[in-house]
Ligand binder design. Structure first.
Ligand SMILES: Cc1cc2nc3c(=O)[nH]c(=O)nc-3n(C[C@H](O)[C@H](O)[C@H](O)COP(=O)(O)O)c2cc1C
Length: 502
């Protein structure tokens, strides 16, 4: 004990008591955890290694962050590596994204595309911008779309309100379209004034009757909006072919429930197929019906697995008359993104866009429908090289979901299914949404789209063509497993149009 007038001695006394108390508290907590661990029967590690076993879970969780920040190499993370994310990040912020010293990209792995530069590149003054492409020439209101890159379907629900608003404004600034995803159309999609493609998912959110059938009146009302340019029937999505949309109950707010026409707070699970579409004839009739009701181009989104059906679809289309064709087909890659999906479907089902895109282009060419049906490609096409490859392979348009998420500030935390997205993009937690500044992020969305156009133009001019839409298979070679590259037009020679469709 120290005398009352000895202040520093009293401090020391207090600190030593605090120290003893803290040690005691720690020991007490350890004892409680020890008892809790040895008496529980659900977790073998904690039962066999009480208290210490808990560190395994702490380190596994922290490992995610350590790997991303400290240990993962620039080109090794999945689904997107740091180099790709940084390219989008810098492009979106409008800061210098040139690189120094030399490429860190390994160009040896089989499948790597290499573009074939021309000895006489296109002079800047001879370069032109990519022309518009007409979609749905037989509709009452065809759509002349100009932007090569557009925003892929992501529902309001999977995305937060500020994310949808920033994308809508950004799409307007960029001059591209925004796809609503399967969660229906909200005022937030319309807010920026951009062109909208409405997706009709298997649950028909936003255009459904109470028992989940297509409601023509609602469809007509939506189609009357001038911003509404096209309708996309969702057959399947790369990350979960054969499974409907999944929105966990925590993300089904009252507003989202109202837009979708469902109950708030409960998991929103769509059927795994449009109940009324079980074969090609029904698919073509469904497309025709929506096109007639809306007067606007109508197509479908699919991830290719089996493909014989596509040839049957072309044959049936030719029999009905080419005006009955889908106005576009969106081909999604099996490694596409999602708000939430089961791992077996996400990892193991469907074909990658690298394989499916040239196949689809060739089937349409063979059946004389290549010009009639526009092709939209998606799946990790977030840098100029990916987009230019898709154009060479025959795509008319590219859409990206995660590329635009990165432009909004996504850090690939892989939490889209949790309502805890740290950047506010896929959460309805107001606190987390505060980080997403709509005006600033909308400019980033525009910058990203512009940098993609700039990058593909650089590749196009280097290949000696005037604009990116002139890129063709002869401009791209693909590295093979023996280290040599083969021209895309040798890998996928252009098929002859069948005699009866010439
Ligand atoms: C958060 C999130 C939500 C999505 N929601 C939908 C959807 O509602 N409908 C759909 O067809 N695809 C949806 N997708 C898939 C994307 O539209 C796209 O097809 C896929 O992610 C591939 O493009 P990417 O690699 O550029 O992301 C979603 C993807 C993400 C990341």
């Amino acid at each position: 004990m120290y005398p009352l007038n000895d202040v520093s001695g009293q401090h020391l006394d207090f600190l030593s008591s605090l120290f003893v108390f803290s040690i005691g508290l720690v020991v007490l907590v350890i004892i409680i955890l020890f008892i809790a661990d040895v008496t529980q029967s659900k977790d073998a590690i904690r039962r066999n290694y009480p208290v210490i076993g808990r560190f395994r879970y702490v380190f596994s969780t922290l490992g995610e962050f350590f790997r991303q920040y400290f240990f993962a190499m620039d080109r090794e993370e999945m689904p997107f590596n740091r180099a790709e994310r940084e390219w989008v990040n810098k492009s979106s912020r409008g800061i210098d994204n040139t690189m120094a010293f030399g490429s860190t990209k390994n160009i040896n792995p089989a499948g790597t595309p290499l573009f074939i530069n021309c000895p006489f590149p296109t002079l800047d003054e001879h370069a032109t911008i990519s022309p518009k492409i007409k979609i749905g020439p037989y509709c009452r209101e065809p759509y002349d779309a100009s932007s090569v890159i557009n925003i892929s379907g992501m529902s309001y629900g999977a995305l937060s309100k500020p994310a949808v608003r920033a994308l809508s404004k950004g799409a307007k600034l960029a001059g591209c379209w925004m796809n609503t995803g399967e969660g229906g159309l909200s005022e937030h999609h319309l807010e920026g004034g951009c062109d909208i493609v409405m997706q009709i998912g298997t649950a028909k959110y936003g255009v459904r009757t109470q028992d989940g059938k297509l409601d023509d009146d609602k469809l007509r009302d939506i189609a009357n909006l001038p911003q509404l340019k096209m309708f996309e029937i969702k057959m399947s999505q790369g990350a979960k072919p054969g499974k409907g949309g999944i929105l966990p109950g925590a993300k089904v707010t009252a507003e989202i429930a109202k837009i979708r026409g469902i109950e708030a707070g409960k998991d929103s699970i769509s059927p795994n197929r449009h109940p009324e579409v079980s074969n090609i004839k029904e698919l073509l009739s469904f497309i025709q019906h929506i096109r007639e009701v809306t007067g606007k181009p109508t197509g479908f989104k699919v991830v290719l697995g089996a493909y014989g059906w596509l040839e049957n679809l072309c044959e049936e289309t030719q029999q009905r008359g080419i005006e009955c064709a889908p106005d576009f087909i969106t081909i999604d890659s099996c490694d596409g993104g999602t708000g939430a999906a089961p791992m077996p479907l996400m990892d193991d089902v469907g074909l990658p866009i690298k394989e499916s895109l040239p196949m689809v282009v060739d089937v349409l060419t063979k059946y004389g429908l290549r010009e009639r049906i526009r092709i939209i490609a998606s799946g990790k096409l977030i840098t100029p090289s990916g987009v230019a490859w898709a154009l060479c392979s025959g795509a008319d348009f590219i859409t990206s979901a995660r590329g635009f998420m990165f432009s909004l500030g996504c850090i690939q935390a892989l939490k889209c299914n949790k309502n805890t997205c740290p950047t506010g993009i896929t959460t309805h937690d107001k606190r987390l949404q505060k980080g997403l500044n709509i005006e600033e992020k909308s400019v980033r969305v525009k910058n990203f789209a512009h940098k993609i156009h700039h990058g593909i133009s650089l590749i196009a001019h280097s290949c000696g063509v005037k604009h990116p839409r002139e890129l063709s298979r002869m401009h791209c070679r693909i590295v093979q497993s023996n280290g040599k590259s083969i021209s895309l037009d040798n890998l996928y020679p252009k098929p002859e149009v069948l005699d009866k469709y010439k």
